[in-house]
Design a protein around this ligand. Structure first.
Ligand SMILES: [Fe+2]
Length: 490
């Protein structure tokens, strides 16, 4: 393995016993390129050609107040596969806030759990007092990596092969871009939304394969909301108005306290993908949903799958470090109880049907992106360690057969979201691999693993050593090199 280290960034972070600044969540500040990665076990498949990209929060500076892992600075990690060989690189996203804090050599903004007055400069996004760290999500669109922030920051474009930050997306609207823009690989379009604290509170937009904003419209809501993800079908985008949102009276005083309003139904907007046609609203049981897996049209119905939370406002966790009791609950899937769920919205009679698809606690699901927006069969969810925001295994669902397969990681090994990499030339939906980074707390090292989805329970077909230990992280994507080059799936 050949490794090239880049000049160090300045960090003012001091050692602490914070649960999300230690162990698998220890920030990595080193930026490297590495080639000819060493294989620990198995062999790197030669039948994939593309990149796996993962965004991660890596806090650089000593926090002004109480740190929440969603406050950390955005770093992209990438592993590139070609001809049975792999290379790796990682870079901080060079956001405007990253540059300002490097210059100031300290934190300039408070975090999600801090009072708003703690920030020393005006903040970004719907919250209005936070740093835009572009640390939440990453997708590939129009040949670029697009990194985004869950509070609706600015969309940053990076070269997906070198990870060089190229700047802000020219199409980024005033109210920013939420995490989880969705790419339809068949058309090359990217759909996105944003939310804010001023009317109309939400917008929806489309950026085409040539990186031009072709559509942008309001999706009016009754007040400020906190949607996190969206879905799409061949003809519709699906946005949401869920009853977990900032308490309005406190928000007026710039206090951001989230409350589950259990007397308010969940509402779903079925929005025409392009054009200004009518928005249809559907009601369903109150919940909060972090992530959807997919949606598609089925006759008169829109089918939407995602993770229904039974307890979206978990309250305090006993035994958590003082001051972090709520944070620990909000980061624990076993506390907010997310289960795979299906909603059916009938466009003819306006009715909603919903059902639980699996009783287990799951979240962070991926699919073969070629089936995004279309009828699909397979989801790859993660399982998590009770009490922690750490993934300890994967579940492959076969929605047609109603069956699933589970792969649990050995104790002390934690995964990242695992997107699906289709085998070159494949036509079957599950003919390919899921790709994940592993943080191994037993050995203090990190790896990349690939799991053959046709032999899911056999475990990784390859374990690839990374040149340094990386911080636990969440959202990731896979892009075939042909898709990066051509901007549309073949
Ligand atoms: Fe997310």
């Amino acid at each position: 393995m050949k490794v090239q280290k880049h000049p160090p960034i300045f960090s003012s972070l001091k050692p602490s016993n914070h649960p999300y600044l230690n162990g698998a969540w220890t920030p990595q500040h080193e930026e490297v390129d590495a080639w000819d990665l060493e294989v620990i076990e198995g062999a790197i498949p030669a039948d994939i050609d593309g990149v796996y990209l993962r965004n991660t929060e890596n806090q650089i500076h000593q926090p002004l107040g109480r740190y929440h892992p969603f406050d950390g600075d955005g770093m992209l990690h990438q592993i590139d596969f070609k001809d049975g060989r792999a290379s790796y690189r990682n870079r901080f996203v060079r956001t405007r806030c990253f540059a300002a804090e490097q210059e100031a050599k300290q934190s300039l903004w408070g975090g999600l759990m801090d009072r708003s007055h703690i920030s020393r400069r005006p903040g970004f996004g719907a919250h209005g007092f936070l740093k835009d760290s572009s640390s939440t999500d990453v997708v590939i669109h129009a040949g670029k990596a697009v990194s985004t922030f869950y509070q609706c920051g600015e969309a940053y474009l990076l070269n997906p092969e070198t990870l060089e930050t190229e700047g802000l997306a020219a199409w980024g609207p005033l109210d920013g871009v939420s995490a989880h823009p969705k790419v339809d690989e068949r058309t090359g379009e990217m759909m996105f939304f944003n939310y804010s604290t001023h009317a109309p509170y939400m917008h929806y937009g489309v950026v085409d394969a040539d990186n031009k904003l072709t559509h942008y419209r309001p999706v009016p809501l009754p007040g400020p909301r906190l949607p996190h993800d969206m879905a799409f079908t061949e003809n519709y985008a699906i946005l949401n108005d869920l009853p977990l949102f900032w308490i309005p009276e406190l928000l007026e005083k710039n206090a951001h306290v989230v409350r589950m309003h259990r007397d308010i139904p969940s509402r779903f907007a079925i929005v025409p993908r392009r054009g200004d046609g009518e928005i249809r609203w559907f009601e369903a049981a109150p919940t909060f949903v972090l992530h959807w897996t997919n949606a598609y049209e089925d006759g008169d119905e829109i089918v939407l799958d995602g993770y229904f939370q039974s307890n979206p406002e978990p309250g305090s966790v006993k035994g958590a470090p003082e001051g972090y009791e709520h944070m620990m609950g909000h980061l624990d899937e076993h506390t907010f109880q997310s289960r795979l769920h299906r909603w059916r919205f009938n466009l003819k009679d306006g009715s909603t049907k919903e059902e639980t698809l699996d009783e287990r606690i799951l979240e962070f699901g991926t699919i073969n992106q070629r089936f995004a927006g279309r009828k699909y069969r397979h989801i790859y969810s993660t399982t998590s360690l009770p009490g922690w925001f750490l993934f300890n295994g994967f579940v492959k669902h076969d929605l047609d057969a109603g069956t699933s397969q589970t792969l649990t990681l050995p104790p002390g090994r934690y995964a990242s979201e695992a997107p699906f990499a289709p085998r070159i030339g494949s036509t079957e939906e599950d003919d390919g691999y899921i790709v994940s980074f592993i943080m191994d707390e037993n050995s203090g090292t990190s790896e990349c693993i690939l799991i053959d989805c046709k032999r899911f329970e056999d475990g990784p077909v390859v374990r690839i050593k990374l040149p340094h230990k990386i911080c636990s992280g969440t959202h990731a994507c896979w892009a075939d090199r042909a898709f990066i080059r051509d901007r549309r799936a073949p």
